[in-house]
Design a protein around this ligand. Sequence first.
Ligand code: F3S
Length: 69
Amino acid sequence: MAGKLRIHIDQDKCQGHARCKALAPELFELDEFGNAHEIGDGSVPKGLEDKAWLAKANCPEIAIEVTEE
Ligand code: F3S
């Protein structure tokens, strides 16, 4: 049984491509500059794990970290 996932966006790397938000709007929000932030504390609700990995894989800047707790 896999542990709970948590996402974190490296603000130094994020360039506002917004693919994360398009792929997983439940997990990411964009600020007024278009940079992504994790919603809440970044913990991934059950059932959204695939979207977390998908967003990570699709960020051109490799700004999204997914960690397993
Ligand atoms: Fe930023 Fe990557 Fe999303 S560059 S807006 S974290 S797709």
